[in-house]
Design a protein around this ligand. Structure first.
Ligand SMILES: Nc1nc2c(ncn2[C@@H]2O[C@H](COP(=O)(O)OP(=O)(O)OP(=O)(O)O)[C@@H](O)[C@H]2O)c(=O)[nH]1
Ligand SMILES: [Mg+2]
Length: 396
């Protein structure tokens, strides 16, 4: 299919490009590019250089300005670079114009995320969801891609596609989209029935930015073996386990991580995966407190929860990776009482911010896990009491 060339291949050397637009700080864009580098790495590429340009608005033809594009072209010309990755979504003609100018495969952040999701999708549902998002992404870009192919094969005897060919392709893609939608609706029906069968149990979902430690916590709490690794989007499918704490049963789910600038087609096609979050009774919002931008990440997660209509639930914020945070923050020479004070201030600030629903743990070193268990149990029992006031003796 047309999107074959839009993949990252192993060990490809990538140049990253970001734009500082009006109202943006350079620091902020640098951080986005750091994350883009991590995404590229997760897809198997190596980011060798970052380019940044300040422009009030993206250039409609080439996204970045002519001069910057020249600079990139010059950099690439005497090096072995295979791909240019832009931090923002490009349209079909921008991709085409840039590739024509620079002569190197050009993709954007959405491409990259879709590529990672496609590799990681294991179940039929995840695969269909990713494929749907890919086709939706391609549809408005078909013309540009055709033009591109035309140029690549532009020898004698090859004629560019006429409107009919583009139309045919559009129809094929549209048919694929409606087929995938139908398939997903079928799967959805099944999983809805499965979820209904779970009865009256209170449902707890682990949510959070990607790579914060959700699956690690899931494994720790439920003794299951969900894949946890230092890559973005290790988890694409939800896993649910029945738990019993001190005779109180509940369901615990691990879910797909969020990220900033998630392609909206992807969010849309993953809606049913996100149903797990939407139908949960309690959310455990896991935060990687060792991450430089953890506060921004909290903002992205809150916004995503609002977008999918899941922000009105009881939320326990779990600040994870305290071990790393301490390692990064504390100098050797710092005395114990100062360290304690810094930690106390941090905890007080977040307790304040979350109405006392904050907890600080290290899943790796298993610190404060008992408190986490206790907090979950309390919240679960509280909800049982509210929901089934006459049956509460069954639950504790
Ligand atoms: N230092 C430290 N590392 C941790 C801790 N918890 C998890 N990690 C590491 O963080 C990485 C990501 O963990 P995961 O559990 O896969 O994170 P996730 O939130 O499920 O990520 P996605 O499924 O990709 O969204 C892994 O390398 C874990 O070993 C912790 O408390 N301290
Ligand atoms: Mg995970």
């Amino acid at each position: 299919m047309l999107d074959k060339k839009r993949k990252i291949h192993h060990e490809e050397r990538a140049v990253l490009v970001g734009l500082i637009q009006k109202d943006q700080r350079e620091q902020e864009v640098m951080e986005y590019l750091e994350e883009l580098a991590f995404l590229a790495e997760t897809a198997g590429a190596v980011a060798v250089k970052k380019f940044i340009q300040k422009l009030p608005h993206p250039d409609s033809r080439t996204y970045i300005g002519k001069g910057k594009l020249e600079e990139i072209k010059k950099y690439i010309s005497d090096r072995d670079i295979n791909v240019l990755i832009f931090d923002d979504e490009l349209n079909g003609s921008q991709i085409m114009n840039i590739e024509k100018e620079v002569g190197v495969k050009t993709i954007d952040r959405s491409d990259l995320i879709l590529d990672i999701f496609a590799r990681r999708a294991k179940t039929a549902q995840a695969k269909a969801q990713v494929e749907l998002a890919q086709y939706q992404y391609i549809l408005p870009r078909l013309r540009g891609m055709w033009k591109h192919l035309e140029r690549l094969g532009g020898g004698i005897g090859t004629r560019g596609p006429g409107e009919t060919e583009i139309e045919t392709d559009r129809r094929i893609v549209r048919d694929k989209i409606s087929l995938l939608r139908k398939r997903l609706a079928e799967i959805d029906k099944q999983s809805f029935t499965q979820r209904k069968d779970r009865g009256e149990f209170i449902r707890v979902s682990l949510v959070g930015y990607t790579n914060v430690g959700k699956s690690t916590i899931m494994n720790l709490l439920s003794k299951s073996e969900v894949l946890a690794e230092n890559k973005l989007f290790a988890t694409l499918d939800t896993t649910t386990r029945k738990m019993v704490y001190e005779n109180t049963p509940f369901l615990l789910s691990d879910t797909v991580g969020f990220i900033r600038k998630l392609p909206h087609h992807l969010v849309e096609s993953f809606k049913s995966t996100l149903d797990e979050v939407r139908e949960a009774d309690i959310l455990l919002h896991v935060v990687d407190i060792s991450h430089l931008n953890y506060e921004d990440q909290i903002g992205v997660v809150d916004k995503t929860l609002q977008d999918i209509g899941a922000f009105d639930k009881p939320i326990i914020t779990v600040f994870n990776k305290m071990d790393l945070y301490i390692k990064h923050t504390f100098d050797e020479w710092l005395d114990e009482s100062t360290k304690e004070q810094i930690l106390k201030d941090l905890e007080a600030r977040w307790h304040n911010h979350t109405n006392g629903n904050a907890i600080f743990i290290s899943a790796l070193e298993r610190t404060n896990i008992d408190e986490l268990r206790r907090t979950i149990l309390e919240k679960v029992r509280e909800l049982y009491r509210i929901r089934y006031p006459y049956k509460s003796e069954f639950f504790y």
